[in-house]
Design a binder for this molecule. Sequence first.
Ligand code: ADP
Length: 282
Amino acid sequence: MAAMADQYGIFNQRADVIGGITMRTRDVHGAMVKPKLAFVSINADREHLHGYCFPMSTNQTLIEMQQLMLRYPTGKVALSGISLAIEQGGFVYLTGESGAGKSTLLRMFYGGLRPSSGQLSVQQLDMRSVAEGDVRELRQRTGIIFQDHRLLFSRTVFENVALPLRVQGWEKERLVPRVRKVLEFVGLDDRLWSYPEALSGGEQQRIAIARAMAANPPIILADEPTGNLDEDTARRVLDLLMALNQYGTTVIMATHDLHLLSSHPGRVIQLHQGSLVGDSYG
Ligand code: ADP
C-alpha cells in the first residue's frame, strides 16, 4: 500500500488535523502546503488507500437536472422548473428562505423522493426510473449529515461511525483503522468509546461528519449542519466540510446562514418558493 501511495506522493503529505481543522497539509519538510490537485484527480484503487478521502476524478457532472418538478402527495409543489448541473469536486450552498425547497432537493439527490416530472440524473442514475436496489447502492455512495445529526445515543462513537461500513460488509481489519482515521480527521479520535450524550453539540456534529465520510462517498449532502450551533462551532464544522472538499469530495450544503460565506466561499444556488432564482460564486 505504501509503495502505491508513494507512487502518487500521497504520503509525502501529512494532513494537519490538530484541533480537527484540516485546510492545509504539510510536505516532507513540514512546510504548510495546500493539498495537491493531483491528489484528488488520480484514478488509483480507492479501496486500498487509507487516506481521509480516497482519490477520485474531478470535473465530471455528478448531478444534472432539467425542468425538475416535485409535487408532494398533498398536492404541494415544492420544486418546479429547476435546471442545473453540479460537477464532481464542487462546494455548493443551497440557500433560500424556510420552505424554499432546500431539503426537498437534497432528498432527491439520494433517492428519498423521485421527480414528479422533468429529468434528474445523480451519479449516473436516471432518478425517474431507478430501481430500489440501485437507490440502496446510491445511498451507500452518499454521505448525509442532518441538522440534528441523528446519532444513535445507545451506541459508542466508534459504533456510530462504523455503522455505514458494517452495512457495506467491511471486514474488521479494514473497518477499525478506517473508523480511527476519520475520527482523527474530525479531531475526536480520543473519544472512540464515549457515548454521544457525553459530547457537546459541535462534537456530535463532527461525529456525524466522520460517519458521513467513513465509506468515502464521492458526495456529502448536509442539511443545515450548522443550524443548531453557535457561530464559532459552526465555522469549525464548516472548516471540516471545506477540508473534505479539498480532498475531492463534492459537498452540497443547505443553509440559510449566508454570513458563513464570507469566510467559506463556494457556489451559491438560491431557491425561492421552489424555483431557482440565483446561481453564482461568492
Ligand atoms: P426548506 O428545506 O427550504 O425549508 P422544504 O424542502 O422542507 O424547504 O419544503 C418545501 C415546501 O414543501 C414547503 O412548503 C414545505 O411545507 C413542503 N413540504 C415539505 N415536506 C413535505 C411533505 N412531506 N409533504 C408535503 N409538503 C411538504
